[in-house]
Design a protein around this ligand. Structure first.
Ligand code: VGL
Ligand code: ZN
Length: 201
């Protein structure tokens, strides 16, 4: 009998983050069979979907003279500029066709506000605008989370650290995550998660 207080959170397993996509994470698709199998062990499964308007300000294309992977200053702090990705309604924003979506109780979209990026499934990058996921989980009585998905060093880490701060018991299945690993970002993310109290499995 799966534990009703423990949810599986699957972060951003979308075509644009898989090989051939606009912001491909190396081996991003290799984790999908393992995530699909893990769904059977959980009473609650939540998928997140990066979901940007075509003129989103996290896109380098919106900043003349900037290139993908450059840094910029946003009102809320430094922001990496990405290639255009996960544009609402495009094939790139769709879940990878191999991902089981039938088991999802909730599909949470994030990053839909043009001026604010949203790595975390809980708060946008200003660290104050909530996505509503905290309330959803609490009202269902969920207190523990296992995280999988893409990318380890951005959306998975930000979600995991916010979840710990919100009081959830958090495990990240690193074997079911893959990283962009740009400029030391994976090592920094692993340190940050360990310090925050995320269990790295
Ligand atoms: C992500 C960069 C930009 C992610 C999303 O899912 O990790 N990374 N948007
Ligand atoms: Zn994004």
């Amino acid at each position: 009998m799966p534990d009703a207080t423990h949810a599986l959170l699957v972060i951003d397993v979308q075509n644009d983050f898989c090989p051939g996509g606009a912001l491909a994470v190396p081996e991003g698709d290799s984790i999908i069979p393992g995530i699909n199998a893990l769904m059977d062990d959980f009473a609650a499964v939540i998928l997140t979907q990066d979901w940007h308007p075509s003129d989103h300000l996290s896109f380098a294309s919106q900043h003349p003279g900037k290139a993908p992977m450059d840094l910029t200053q946003m009102p809320y702090g430094p922001q990496v500029l990405w290639p255009d990705h996960c544009v609402q309604g495009t094939a790139g924003a769709a879940f990878h066709p191999a991902l089981r979506t039938d088991r999802a109780d909730l599909i949470l979209r994030k990053g839909f506000r043009r001026p604010i990026d949203s790595y975390s499934a809980f708060f946008e990058n200003d660290k104050t605008t909530p996505t509503g996921l905290d309330g959803y989980l609490r009202t269902r009585g969920i207190t523990a989370l296992t995280l999988t998905g893409l990318a380890t060093d951005f959306c998975v880490t930000y979600s995991a650290v916010d979840a710990v701060r919100l009081g959830f018991a958090v495990t990240v299945r690193q074997d079911l995550c893959r990283a962009i690993d740009f400029d030391g970002s994976l090592a920094a993310a692993q340190d940050g998660m360990a310090q925050a109290g995320v269990r790295l499995a």
